[in-house]
Design a protein. Structure first.
Length: 256
């Protein structure tokens, strides 16, 4: 039995059906420790993104429980969910930035859940928030970019802004939905290195959904392998033998 106090996230019996009788997720049981990088791998359509998005209820689970810091977030009303989401940062595949806003303005949107609607409309942020944003720009390697519009940045730079914005929430959990899939191999490595650094520096557990098995083996302390909506592997990189990878992805041709 896992001690609930030793985990950040505990998922039990989680299933999701977009179409009745056709489950995308099937009876997922998963505990996430309060540190390190957990990578979720598996073929397209196996439910990786759905699982990530169920955790913060961007997608509503069909059945099951999701305990975050010992509170079941499934079924929470809108105001209670808003409070929980403040503690769960999200990094998106396509960055999800406001293109016409500056880098600094995009970072500060990470604090919107902590200010009133009037303050948000006036973009009235505290000096502490502004100082934190400048500090994060330095950490993610974008010092001096604060006044550049988001639409002038490269893909890697946009993802760095997305990561910094998520950390602006001071989250207790960071979710990353395919954060490297739109990036070249060199930039993908840099983004994964940054996520590891962020996790260690701020002591934030990171759950990242990804296609690149090599990146997962290189950077994740724990790997979850999914196939057909189920977890079929849960372990470290050393356990990802060829037979295990064939169980996850099916067949052998792709391994040549």
């Amino acid at each position: 039995m896992v001690d609930a106090r030793s985990v950040t996230l505990s998922i039990r019996g989680l299933s999701k059906e977009y179409v009745p009788g056709k489950p995308v997720l099937q009876s997922i049981d998963l505990d996430i420790d309060p540190d390190g990088i957990t990578a979720i791998i598996g073929p397209s359509g196996t439910g990786k993104s759905t699982l990530i998005r169920c955790i913060n209820r961007l997608v509503e689970p069909t059945v099951g429980s999701i305990h975050f810091n010992q509170q079941d977030i499934v079924g929470l009303n809108r105001s209670a969910l808003r409070l929980v989401r403040r503690q769960i940062g999200m990094v998106f595949q396509e960055y999800n930035l406001v293109e016409r806003l500056t880098v600094m303005e995009n970072l500060l949107t990470g604090r919107l859940g902590f200010v009133s609607a009037w303050q948000a409309w006036r973009r009235d942020y505290s000096q502490e928030d502004i100082s934190q944003a400048f500090s994060l720009l330095e950490i993610v390697g974008l010092s001096g970019f604060e006044n550049q519009r988001a639409d002038s940045l490269s893909g890697g730079q946009r993802q760095r802004v997305g990561i910094a914005r998520a950390v602006m929430q001071k989250p207790r959990l960071l979710l990353a939905d395919e954060p490297t899939s739109s990036l070249d191999p060199k930039t993908s490595v840099e983004i994964m290195q940054l996520l590891v650094s962020i996790s260690e520096k701020f002591q934030i557990p990171v759950v990242v959904n990804m296609h690149d098995v090599g990146l997962a083996k290189r950077f994740a302390s724990r790997i979850i392998g999914m196939s057909a909506g189920r977890i079929v592997y849960d372990g470290d990189a050393l356990g990802l033998s060829d037979p295990v990878l064939q169980t996850i992805y099916g067949g052998e041709d792709w391994m040549q």
